[in-house]
Design a protein around this ligand. Structure first.
Ligand code: AMP
Ligand code: MG
Length: 462
């Protein structure tokens, strides 16, 4: 494995991570390599790539560490989390800039608490497909570079399961919880170094703490608006899973909705619906308030900064509303305006009333088949007439409303087959999800689940 390694995080103050090699696995075996992404990263792999992507061999130039972070989990403060099952091999600089190369499921670290540091096929293959699908859908996200089977058996609630490691890449792994970790310890040296690193990697124009916070708030608002447009539910928007660079990170119990339920929740551990579809903007704003709090030790005039930061965080709502209006205006082929907003609300209300399939319903606007999905609704004829009168640009609709998304029941089927040793469905789905806006010839990939296939719960990625 060859790459241009340049490990800036490992050069930060020592309390920000532990030096940590991945724990070798019993029998690394290739599951998937993302050759196109490797090229974007300037990485050259040889035949022996599974050894590197399993953590059994350390690439020359890497400097493996496990990062420190804390976080609010479901609103409860946890002062110490950290990479308990992930190791950052290092950073590479390639044609598209600097990227973190991280192995997830890489074995126990200093941050593992009671966990085994491992992962099984399910969360690894799920993250692989969903993160790559998100990328193809145009959503800022971590990427998947490789998946390797470990030849080890992992014990989970469901019983013994085959182990795997995913290599994910990211513009950084700096979370709101990373700032919180050092703020909680009054460690301004680390906080300052972290801020500089985050600015360098995400917001090079920011010259002050305030400008950094404003940029983080704006990109987060934009990201969540994009999630909403796709019916995506992250599922575990804890501050440790909230990225300061506004990218989607940590695909645990995430899910795309089939039928539209505005307060839909899938995650088995989200009993109160804290991270329900419709709550995502509020919770993202809450996370930004935690970021603001963690940045306060870096300001000179604390009182003035509290006032200013409060304003910035309160600005999340306006930015989100603007982004949301833009996303949904595009989804119905119009430009944002008050009238467009009324049409969007009307459409979503009809969809919610009859539990229409979120993805198919929007796609049908592009294909002229809306009647098949919403025709039964008493308001549909009127809505459709008003929409047509507003003059939508029908041609653009197929470029924003995907034909296929990684539906939960397909992910479940893919995982069951993979565990049984058959990777065929994984590969076919992967190919199809690379072109989510193209018509897909496999009816099974377009269709909502049959009643007996419906997935009602998703689980954290352990
Ligand atoms: P997450 O579910 O990815 O948000 O992880 C929350 C925290 O639990 C992080 O500190 C993880 O590193 C840790 N964690 C999750 N699964 C494991 C595992 N199997 N072994 C050790 N630590 C884990
Ligand atoms: Mg996490």
């Amino acid at each position: 494995m060859q790459a241009n390694w340049n490990n800036s995080y490992a050069a930060l103050p020592a309390q920000m991570f532990t030096r940590q090699a991945p724990v070798p696995v019993a029998a690394p075996k290739a599951l998937m390599l993302n050759a196109e992404h490797a090229e974007e990263l300037g990485i050259t792999f040889g035949e022996d790539w599974p050894l590197f992507m399993a953590g059994n061999q350390i690439p020359q130039g890497a400097d493996p560490i496990a990062q420190a972070y804390a976080g609010h989990q479901f609103g409860h403060w946890n002062p110490q989390l950290g990479d308990g099952r992930a190791v950052l091999l290092g950073e590479v600089i390639g044609p598209q800039g600097r990227f973190d190369i991280q192995l997830k499921g890489a074995g126990r670290t200093a941050w593992s608490r009671n966990g085994d540091g491992r992962a099984w096929y399910g969360p690894v293959l799920r993250e692989y497909l969903i993160s790559e699908a998100m990328h193809a859908l145009g959503i800022p996200t971590t990427r998947a570079l490789a998946a390797v089977a470990t030849g080890e058996t992992i014990l989970r609630e469901q019983g013994p399961l085959p182990g795997a490691v995913i290599c994910r890449t990211a513009s950084s792994h700096i979370r709101v919880g990373t700032f919180q970790y050092f703020a909680a310890r009054d460690d301004t040296q680390a906080l300052e170094a972290l801020l500089q690193q985050a600015i360098e990697r995400h917001y090079q124009k920011a010259q002050t703490v305030e400008q950094f916070l404003s940029a983080a708030v704006a990109t987060q608002a934009r990201l969540v608006a994009q999630w909403m447009g796709l019916g995506f539910i992250h599922g575990v928007m804890n501050t440790d899973n909230s990225h300061v660079g506004g990218i989607t990170i940590d695909y645990g119990p995430c899910a795309f909705m089939d039928e539209f339920v505005p307060m839909k929740t899938f995650s088995s551990i989200d009993r109160q619906g804290r991270y329900a579809y419709g709550n995502q903007p509020n919770l993202a704003a809450w996370n930004m308030a935690q970021l603001a709090t963690a940045l306060l030790p870096l300001t000179e005039d604390r009182e003035a900064s509290i006032a200013r930061f409060t304003e910035i965080v309160q600005g999340f709502g306006d930015i989100f509303d603007r982004e949301y209006a833009a996303v949904f205006a595009r989804k119905i082929g119009l430009t944002p305006s008050k009238e467009t907003g009324v049409l969007v609300d009307g459409l979503l209300r009809m969809m919610a009333n009859i539990g229409a399939d979120y993805t198919l319903c929007f796609r049908a606007l592009a294909t002229g088949e809306s009647h098949a999905h919403l025709g039964a609704h008493p308001d549909f004829a009127d809505w459709h007439a008003r929409w047509q009168a507003a003059g939508p640009t029908q041609g653009a609709l197929a470029q924003v409303n995907p034909a296929i998304i990684p539906r939960n029941h397909l992910m479940e089927a893919m995982i069951s087959e993979a565990v049984a040793g058959d990777m065929q469905l994984f590969h076919v789905l992967h190919e199809a999800l690379k072109a989510p806006f193209s018509h897909c010839d496999t009816p099974r990939f377009n269709a909502p689940p049959d009643p007996q296939e419906v997935v009602t719960q998703t689980f954290c990625g352990t």
